[in-house]
Design a protein around this ligand. Structure first.
Ligand code: SF4
Length: 713
């Protein structure tokens, strides 16, 4: 950290990596350069703290590889030519129209991200749905949070995590499913640790690895991959058999309890049976079920260990079932809190129109289509009547020739998608690929025909929503680097080329787009319930003054605090206002270890890196502490195969292989290996493209592999 005397001025903004939503102060020098960052002491979320990524975020601005000019070429791998913005926009618009004219509107697809600002998501959605008119538009949030979205909708009638970080301070039992907070969300972990130090309560961690969070757990449940639904059903079996359910809460606020009773009456999930499927002993299942149900308030958190599975959506529904049946929704310390991945994964869920229309509206609902069409000034018939392809279905559609053109915004599927050799082949088939990113050297640019250089965080203005529904502000602190431009401006310029004879107009500023979002957040949802996603009382100045405001925050609300919790009155967003209890039947479709491929392959994060390292890979200290991929392997399994610490092995699956260095550790069980997913051409060469049927999210954490020794030379 640079001493304060070199800093002329501190400016408030929000971190642009994970979904914790830490408030940052940016230190500007006399020359108006960003020289350092520090945590904002007055912010509720992080109270002055930052993790390594936030502390080094200022190094992004002048890091190598930043895009300086729009680029064009006729064929991928030819040399790019720098062009003006008008040339890049005109050519791309011409190609989109040509492709759509030849093959139909949906033959051009758009894949975006969870890392733009909310106003940018809203504007891109308006452009995609209202002007370009493709139904094949999705975000990379399908790779991380889609199962949480789908699970919340099935249980509560709408998306939106019902709890908040403050719940750590009130809970009497916390159960973490597939969530390694110290590495993924270090500041949320710090909040949890503070709460645990003040007031001891049981921490139960469900994870096949002994993660950093599992090391601190009172009870660690090293579950068999992909069987979380069995564990939860078994806990419910104990809770209901012993009469520990919250009968009053169930009767007043839910529907479907008899269906759950019927499922459990089969005896399939009795602990003595379930233990053989989920790998957790009967005794432990009974212990955690009783602890959870008897706690005055208990909460569940989860991240990718639940979401990235063929049972992801069912897993989320079953966590919600557990909390509804024990009366743990909408009360301090009692909640079902998905810990989101990217800084603005929530913003894209709320406002991007990826899987629907803005403000959690549905394409399937005629009134919703009409409402948005009227507000935007377009014909409602222009909208499709159901959702198009998810990101994970867009690439197979490129393979089959159904999709011919693609616009990729701030995401890197060549590293992040499962089975990347297939992605590479698909990209070769595109007639037009436009890549919009801060960095010109992003891997996707190997295959692109056009590159739009985007401004980085703090060179633009707008909002993020964090994991606890807190809308935070990103202030424009610096001018954009070279000829890069804010994503908001890029979308607006493209919109001018797709007027289609309709009356649709686009606000000139992010604050103008925010006003449109505020208007659309008012009123009732499809079933006549007061919409929870209501931001109508917010302004940029209020958000800055409060260091973030949680929604709902309505026009009539006083003060600077939104609602910390949803469903406190027991009224859900369903037609009956009751939460749905949905029985979850377990079906085993995982690719499991066998004779040919005897190990589970698991993947996840390390604290120093974010996503595919397009940004953290350029930060000196992030790379110094985590320079290369590695594979965690159990020492006993390694001894059997004659493999030593820090030697190289070839890891192979039915999709591909990769050479990687071994790190021996008891963090993984004997039949599992683990590789961080951040590195290009590594673990996702092997992973499996099997999808959750509801969310279309891939099973990144469960496939089979084998280990081969290689010549160390
Ligand atoms: Fe940024 Fe997340 Fe680290 Fe906070 S915890 S500083 S939001 S990366």
């Amino acid at each position: 950290v640079i001493p304060d005397k070199k800093v002329k001025e501190w400016k408030y903004t929000t971190c642009n990596y994970c979904s914790t939503g830490c408030a940052i102060e940016i230190g500007l020098s006399e020359e108006n350069r960003i020289v350092t960052t520090r945590g904002h002491a007055g912010a509720d979320v992080n109270r002055g703290k930052l993790c390594i990524k936030g502390l080094l975020e200022h190094e992004l601005f002048e890091s190598p590889g930043r895009g300086t000019k729009p680029l064009l070429r006729d064929k991928y791998f030819e040399e790019f030519k720098p062009v003006s913005w008008d040339q890049a926009f005109d050519k791309t618009a011409e190609k989109i129209k040509e492709i759509q004219g030849k093959y139909g509107r949906d033959s051009f697809a758009i894949v975006s991200t969870g890392q733009l600002l909310t106003e940018e998501f809203y504007t891109l959605g308006k452009l995609a749905r209202g002007c370009i008119g493709t139904n094949n538009y999705d975000g990379n949030t399908t790779l991380c949070m889609a199962s949480a979205v789908s699970g919340y909708k099935r249980s509560f009638g709408a998306d939106g995590p019902p709890g908040c970080y403050e719940d750590f301070e009130h809970t009497h039992c916390l159960m973490a499913f597939g969530s390694n907070l110290p590495e993924q969300h270090p500041i949320i972990y710090w909040r949890l640790k503070e709460a645990l130090e003040k007031r001891k309560f049981p921490l139960i961690v469900v994870d096949p690895r002994v993660t950093m969070l599992a090391q601190f757990a009172d009870i660690h449940l090293p579950i068999t991959p992909g069987t979380d639904c069995v564990l939860i059903n078994s806990m419910l079996h104990v809770i209901i058999n012993e009469g520990l359910q919250d009968k009053d809460y169930i009767a007043a606020n839910t529907q479907g309890f008899d269906e759950i009773e019927k499922l459990l009456a089969t005896g399939e999930y009795a602990p003595e049976k379930a233990q053989h499927v989920c790998g957790i002993s009967e005794d432990k299942i009974r212990t955690v079920a009783r602890l959870y149900a008897k706690a005055p308030a208990a909460m569940s958190i989860w991240t990718m260990g639940i979401n990235q599975s063929t049972h992801g959506s069912d897993g989320v529904v079953n966590i919600n079932n557990l909390n509804l049946i024990t009366g743990n929704i909408g009360k301090p310390g009692g909640t079902s809190l998905s810990i989101t991945g990217q800084c603005n994964a929530m913003g894209t869920r709320e406002w991007s129109s990826c899987s629907g229309l803005p403000g959690y509206r549905l394409l399937e609902n005629e009134n919703h289509r009409q409402e948005i069409a009227d507000y935007w000034g377009i014909d409602p018939e222009f909208f499709p009547k159901a959702r198009g392809l998810a990101q994970t279905d867009i690439f197979p559609a490129i393979e089959t020739g159904e999709i011919k053109g693609l616009w990729i915004v701030a995401t890197n599927p060549m590293t992040s998608m499962p089975d990347t050799p297939r992605i590479r082949k698909a990209l070769e088939k595109l007639e037009w690929l436009v890549v919009q990113d801060v960095y010109e050297d992003v891997e996707m640019n190997q295959y692109s025909h056009c590159y739009f250089p985007a401004s980085v965080w703090a060179e633009k203005e707008g909002c993020h929503t964090n994991t606890e529904r807190r809308v935070n502000l990103i202030r424009n602190v610096l001018p954009s680097y070279a000829d890069s431009k804010p994503d908001f401006w890029i979308f607006n310029q493209m919109a001018k080329r797709f007027e289609n004879g309709q009356k649709i107009t686009f606000p000139e500023t992010p604050e103008g787009a925010f006003e449109e979002m505020k208007h659309l957040s008012k009123g009732d949802n499809a079933y006549g319930n007061d919409r929870t996603l209501n931001i109508s009382g917010m302004t940029y100045d209020k958000i800055e003054a409060a260091r973030g405001i949680q929604w709902p925050y309505r026009e009539e609300d006083d003060g600077l605090k939104g609602d910390p919790r949803l469903y406190t009155d027991g009224k859900f967003q369903t037609p009956t206002q009751r939460a749905n209890l949905i029985p979850i039947y377990f079906y085993d479709n995982n690719e499991k270890p066998d004779e040919q491929y005897p190990f589970w392959l698991n993947s996840g994060r390390v604290v120093e890196h974010f996503h595919t390292r397009t940004r953290t890979g350029k930060i000196g200290n992030c790379n110094k502490f985590s320079p290369t991929p590695y594979m965690e392997m159990n020492p006993d399994a390694a001894a059997e195969l004659g493999i030593e610490h820090q030697t190289y092995v070839r890891l192979a699956s039915r999709r591909g292989d990769s050479v990687v260095m071994v790190q021996l550790t008891h963090r993984v069980p004997r039949n599992m290996v683990f590789i961080p997913f951040h590195f290009h051409d590594c673990v996702n060469r092997l992973t499996l493209g099997l999808l959750d049927p509801y969310s279309r999210q891939p099973a990144f954490k469960q496939c089979a592999c084998r280990i081969e020794k290689v010549d160390q030379e």
